[in-house]
Design a binder for this molecule. Sequence first.
Ligand SMILES: [Zn+2]
Ligand SMILES: [Zn+2]
Length: 352
Amino acid sequence: MYHTKAYSAASATSPLASTKIQRRNPTEHDVQIEILFCGVCHSDVHQVRNEWSSIMPTVYPIVPGHEIVGRVTRIGAAVAKYQPGDLAAVGCMVDSDGNCPQCKAGLEQFCPNMILTFNSPDKHLGGVTYGGYSETIVVDERFVLRVPSHLNLAGAAPLLCAGITTYSPMRCWGVTKGRKVGVVGLGGLGHMGVKFAHAFGAHVVVFTTSPGKKDDALRLGAHEVVVSRDANAMQKHTGSFDFILDAVSAHHDINAYINLLRPDGTITIVGAPEKPLAVSAFSLLMGRRNLSGSLIGGIAETQEMLDFCGKHNITADVELIPIQKVNEAYERLLKADVKYRFSIDMASLKSE
Ligand SMILES: [Zn+2]
Ligand SMILES: [Zn+2]
């Protein structure tokens, strides 16, 4: 074991603060990564504040962070895919059993024994796993990803959660050239959805409650922007979408969007509103429409997404912050005061 610097929260009401945590020395199949950038995901805030206590109660202290990009510093004897000096990334998962039907299908995110990057049981050291708000992390090479070296690394970090969360359902539901695709909500997830849908060649329509986001939506790759409170503008799109990505985490009327789908069209939820959404059966019946959900993506698909981003030069739009500003960033994130993701420059942790 060794010690590494990190930022952790001691309770649901404590700010994140500088600390030291233990990491295992790399075993045979492990890769040790010096973390260069870590994105700030909304689920970091939820879990630091124990807001998902009914599904996954937070164990304190918690070190969040699952949008990790860094450089390999050490490898285990059996590691074949990485060398010290390589760029590498880690997303929301660090382990799974590897032999259940989901793992065999490349859907590790649905493995019953999947281990999340933070706040999951740590089979090596006991306690729970610690995430990316730290100097280094040690991860089994099966869960380490390659990062195209020409990408902006601060902007590449959010690809590991926000990126794959929006890429995976679009691939699953066949978003491609000529399809009409809606993206509801232009935040951390939504802005990535727009970039991917555009890159896939779709006709992209952004739905937003803020007219002020129109120019930005067009800049990010939208072809049209609809202010969702404008009933007439919504009406014009009735029955016309092949696919809609619903990236809203606040309460909203999903039927307004289901009604915009063409027959056999699909709406996929990737945001996580706290309370159940009311769904009109009629909206689904009329046109045999599909309502689905999606959660990140498997490891192979995450690599495919990173390679796609390398080819199309796609990264998240980020505001780079030092780790000392992370508590402030959480407050701003809750007010949607970020375009469109915070990325922590982990070099700032060295001075702690
Ligand atoms: Zn996330
Ligand atoms: Zn499994």
